[in-house]
Each structure stands twice: as structure tokens, then as C-alpha cells.
Ligand binder design. Structure first.
Ligand code: GLC
Length: 546
């Protein structure tokens, strides 16, 4: 059996998502930074991940935590400098860790020089044609050009004041008003991003995570959306041409540079179109993330995912959490275990023990599936969603723009606990000038890296052991070892990877017997009587001796 070409490392990698502002703060301002990441690379190497994906690090007014970029070729001073980025990339590579950065092509910041130039220019000018400027509707152009709404609440249009002081055109922003959408029909926009891509690939990054990848291309007529129908800007055919150009650039570099798309599309077949051999190398599988903790639902997602990826020859990806969704320890500990942006279910009763048991089992499930797996920082510590952040401290525009109706995403972005018994738990240095930018729960004293290392039954030790085995067992890791379902009781997921190893996850609510095996490689909970797999537990089995 052959292992994948190392130049295609993303096919079976374990990729750790570093949310930079909440990972580690080296300079004591209460906000994570690149030196903080650099200083803690040992944690990532010890965990056993193959790559990191860093959330946006560019100069930004931070209207959307860095997803509003003012300069695509530099680092925000709050995070460090380009020299810090170079040093981080070099040191990560020394340790065998690849580096993926976040690129945001759908929109920039309203402080980006192109948008400033557009504001200063005339309607219908070349400077405005890099964005979506349109006259308003109704008397005096007082109404937005169409009925689109922002993902963060309110209209997707904001009216500008023209240089002569009169109320003027409107511009499109599918997210916050500080995030104007680029017009991807404009050749200059396309060239600019090809150049930005080269800029970072030249600096040695191993890939880019492409933000909001399916919504770049808009209907040029900007027709009204039909209520209840899919967004008229999602998944328009023209988007594929953009990624074909990007792919040619990425593939012209040595060493394997990955294009990884954030593609929110419920239709697995349309999703797979982004993964054709001349487009993106990989894309996030959100159907797995949003699935409830239910054997049938999960099995259906796994089957559909594998079936959709196979014809295009792309690797599947498995994600349980990220910086936009409720942490899965919390989701799995509630009565309703799926995830839906429409309702984050903050404040609903939540059983931490149950959520943690399921999260442990889910870790073994996702790490045993064929393809790449993404780990969101803190899931290896068993962190949960922080739901009681005072309104005055919340920073997510989603919360502000919905008037608090949506609690937003701050609850999954709370700074990591590293050590010690009280905040800042080693996140910031002892002599820090400021507290962490979001308050950490006191109970995280039992979830620091230090506490996890001292407890063999911790989530951290489970992740370490699982990642170690995933590396050493080709049957687990290589996505060329297909998944074969094993007959199992109702509510139990059981599959083989090749002939050597199996994964069994018990969602049935009662203990179950295990299939015939040679030995237990790893279990998320102790077996009952040494042989029964408890409810909400998972296990990896060796099926035969080598
Ligand atoms: C993506 C990011 C999210 C951001 C949005 C706008 O969905 O993951 O954090 O707010 O795009 O850039």
C-alpha cells in the first residue's frame, strides 16, 4: 500500500486551526499574537498535528476580527510583523508543521486603499467598478438597490456620501458595512488576488484557506432574492473559473501548496464541483459539523461525503468545530445536538459530562475517517462554548448588528488556558498590561494544557494518543484505505479501514459488545467489564496482528 505523495500532504493531514487573537499573547496586551504562536509551537508538535491554519493576520480595523483586510501583504501590528510571520513559518517548517493562511477574497476593509479611492471617485468610475456601487431605488434613491440582507443582520447595502456632500450611491456588503464586496467580474480584482497569492506562496506558506469561497461571483443584474430560495450570489458558475486560475498558480510552486475552500453548500454534488482536478484541492465539510449526534444522520453524511468526493478524486475533510460555530462539547451536551446558524441555542440546558463524553467519541470518529481532519484550537482541551460573556465585552459584529438576537461567535473564541489556576491561565505573560480580550471561565483551571498533561484520562492525552496512532497506523491515516461499514447494532457506527483497524462509536444509549478484534488500540472511555463499549464512547480496534 502506498502512502500519499508528500507533495499532496493536505489529503490526509491533521490540520490545527489557530485563532491567533485567542491562542497565546506574548506581548501582554491581552490579544494573541504571532510570537505567542511561535512560542507555543511545541504544544502543536507535541500534539502531533501536520499543519496549522492561522486565521487572518493582516492589517485590519478589526470590524470582523481581521476578516476586514486593509492590506493583503502585511501583518497587523497587534499580531506582529512580517519578520515575525517569516520566523514563524520557518520554525514551523523546522518542526515538520505546514502553515496555511486565511485569504479573504470576497470583501476587504472599508479602509483598504481601493475602497478609499472608490469613495473619492465618481459614480461609474473605474475605481468604483472594483466594488458593487449602485444607485438606490425609490424617490431620491433612498432605498437599497435590492432586498439582499447581510449575514450579520440588516441590509447588505450602505449608502455613501459623495465627495460633493450629497447622499449618493450604495455599495454591497454581504457581511458588515466595513466589509465591501469586491466585484469579481473586474479583471483588476482577479489579477490583484493572483498577485497576493503569489506574495504569500513566495514567502513559503503551504496553502491558503479561502474565506467565503462560494459567494465571490454575483448576478450582475443584482436581482432581488426570492424569500426562502438559496442566496442569489451563492455558487454561481463563474466562480469556478477563478479557482482554475488560482490552481494554476498554486501548482506552479514546488512542495505542495493547497487551496482549501470554505464552501457552505448543502448539496454534496455541487460542493464537489469545487474540487474538480483543476480547481480547489480541498474544502471544508460542514455537513459533518452541523450533523446531530445521531448514528443514522452521521452515517448518511459520511456516505454522502465519500460518494461526492470519489468521482473528483478529492480528499474528504472532517471538521467538528471552528471559530464561527458553537463548540461541540456544548452542542453535544444539549437536547438538540445539531448546529444551525439560525439558532445557536445559547442558554439551553447543557450537560458538560455528556457533551465531553460525546466529544471524545467524536474525536475518535473524525480522526478515523478517510481524508483530512481539522482541529479547532481548544477542542483538544475539551473547552466548551462560553455563553455568559457580558454584552459590553462582546465584539462580534453578528451580536451587535442583530441587536443581541444572535449571541454571535465570541463564545467559541475565548483565549486558551495554558497553565495555572486562574485567568489569564498563562495566555498572557505574568506582567501583562491587559486582561485577555474576552474573559475566561474560572472552571478552565481544570482544562489548561498543564492540567491535561498531568491527567492521563484528559481530552489532551486522548488527542495526543489518537494523533500518534493516526500517524503510525497507515490503515487509519491513508485515505487510500477505504472505509467499509461493519454490521452493528442500531445506533452504532462501526467501520473498518483496510483489514487492520476498525473504529466503533456507540450512539445507541446502552453498552454494546465489540466486533471480533485482536486488541484495543485506544478507547474514549473505559470498557465496561473490559469488553462492552459504553454509550457515547468510541474505540479503535486492531483487527489482526501484523
Ligand atoms: C467566514 C469566516 C467568518 C467571517 C466571514 C466574513 O465565514 O469564517 O469568521 O466573519 O467569513 O469574512
Amino acid at each position: 500500500m502506498s502512502l500519499p505523495d508528500p507533495a499532496q500532504w493536505w489529503r490526509d493531514a491533521a490540520i490545527y486551526q489557530v485563532y491567533v487573537r485567542s491562542f497565546a499573547d506574548a506581548d501582554g496586551d491581552g490579544i494573541g499574537d504571532l510570537r505567542g504562536v511561535h512560542d507555543r509551537l511545541g504544544h502543536l508538535a507535541g500534539l502531533g498535528v501536520d499543519a496549522v491554519w492561522l486565521n487572518p493576520w493582516y492589517p485590519s480595523p478589526m470590524a470582523d476580527a481581521g476578516y476586514d483586510i486593509a492590506d493583503y501583504r502585511d501583518i497587523d501590528p497587534v499580531f506582529g510583523t512580517l519578520a515575525d510571520a517569516d520566523a514563524l513559518i520557518a520554525d514551523a517548517h523546522e518542526r515538520g508543521i505546514r502553515v496555511v493562511i486565511d485569504l479573504v477574497p470576497n470583501h476587504c476593509s472599508d479602509r483598504h486603499p481601493w475602497f478609499r479611492a472608490a469613495l473619492a471617485a465618481e459614480p461609474r468610475s473605474p475605481a468604483r467598478s472594483r466594488f458593487w456601487f449602485r444607485p438606490g431605488r425609490g424617490p431620491g434613491g433612498d432605498l437599497p438597490p435590492n432586498n439582499w440582507v447581510s449575514h450579520f443582520g440588516g441590509p447588505a447595502w450602505t449608502r455613501v456620501t459623495e465627495p460633493d456632500g450629497r447622499p449618493g450611491q450604495w455599495y454591497l456588503h454581504l457581511f458588515a458595512p466595513e466589509q465591501p464586496d469586491f466585484n469579481w467580474d473586474n479583471r483588476e480584482v482577479r489579477e490583484e488576488f493572483l498577485d497576493v497569492l503569489r506574495f504569500w506562496l513566495d514567502r513559503g506558506v503551504d496553502g491558503v484557506r479561502i474565506d467565503s469561497a462560494a459567494i465571490l461571483v454575483k448576478d450582475p443584474f443584482l436581482a432581488d432574492a426570492d424569500p426562502g430560495a438559496p442566496h442569489p450570489y451563492t455558487d454561481r458558475d463563474g466562480v469556478h473559473e477563478i479557482y482554475r486560475e488560482w490552481r494554476r498558480v498554486a501548482d506552479s510552486y514546488p512542495g505542495g501548496r493547497a487551496l482549501i475552500g470554505e464552501v457552505w453548500l448543502p448539496d454534496a454534488r455541487r460542493f464537489a464541483l469545487y474540487l474538480r482536478p483543476d480547481e480547489l484541492h480541498a474544502a471544508f465539510n460542514f455537513e459533518f459539523l452541523t450533523s446531530p449526534w445521531d448514528a443514522q444522520a452521521l452515517r448518511a453524511v459520511i456516505d454522502e461525503t465519500l460518494a461526492a468526493h470519489a468521482p473528483v478524486g478529492a480528499p474528504a475533510t472532517w471538521v467538528l468545530s471552528n471559530h464561527d460555530v458553537t463548540r461541540h462539547v456544548s452542542r453535544y451536551g444539549r437536547a438538540e445536538t445539531g448546529f444551525d446558524f439560525a439558532d445557536r441555542r445559547h442558554g439551553e440546558p447543557f450537560d458538560l459530562d455528556l457533551g465531553t463524553r460525546r466529544a471524545r467519541a467524536a474525536a475518535l470518529l473524525s480522526l478515523a475517517l478517510p481524508g483530512a481532519v481539522y482541529i479547532y484550537q481548544g477542542e483538544e482541551l475539551g473547552l466548551w462554548e462560553v455563553e455568559d460573556i457580558p454584552g459590553a465585552l462582546r465584539q462580534d459584529p453578528m451580536w451587535r448588528r442583530t441587536g443581541g438576537a444572535d449571541p454571535g461567535r465570541d463564545g467559541c473564541r475565548v483565549p486558551l488556558p495554558w497553565s495555572g489556576l486562574e485567568p489569564p491561565f498563562g495566555f498572557s505573560p505574568a506582567d501583562a498590561r491587559s486582561e485577555p480580550w474576552l474573559p475566561q471561565p474560572a472552571a478552565w483551571k481544570d482544562h489548561t494544557v498543564e492540567a491535561g498533561e498531568a491527567d492521563p484520562s484528559s481530552m489532551l492525552e486522548l488527542y495526543r494518543a489518537a494523533l500518534r496512532l493516526r500517524r503510525s497506523e497507515p490503515g487509519l491515516r491513508s485515505e487510500r484505505e477505504p472505509l467499509h461499514w461493519i454490521d452493528a447494532a442500531h445506533g452504532v457506527l462501526a467501520f473498518r479501514r483496510g483489514d487492520d483497524v476498525a473504529c466503533v462509536v456507540n450512539l445507541s444509549g446502552a453498552p454494546v459488545a465489540l466486533p471480533a478484534h485482536e486488541s484495543v488500540l485506544l478507547a474514549s472511555a473505559p470498557l465496561e467489564d473490559g469488553r462492552l463499549l459504553p454509550a457515547d464512547a468510541g474505540v479503535w480496534l486492531r483487527l489482526r496482528r501484523h
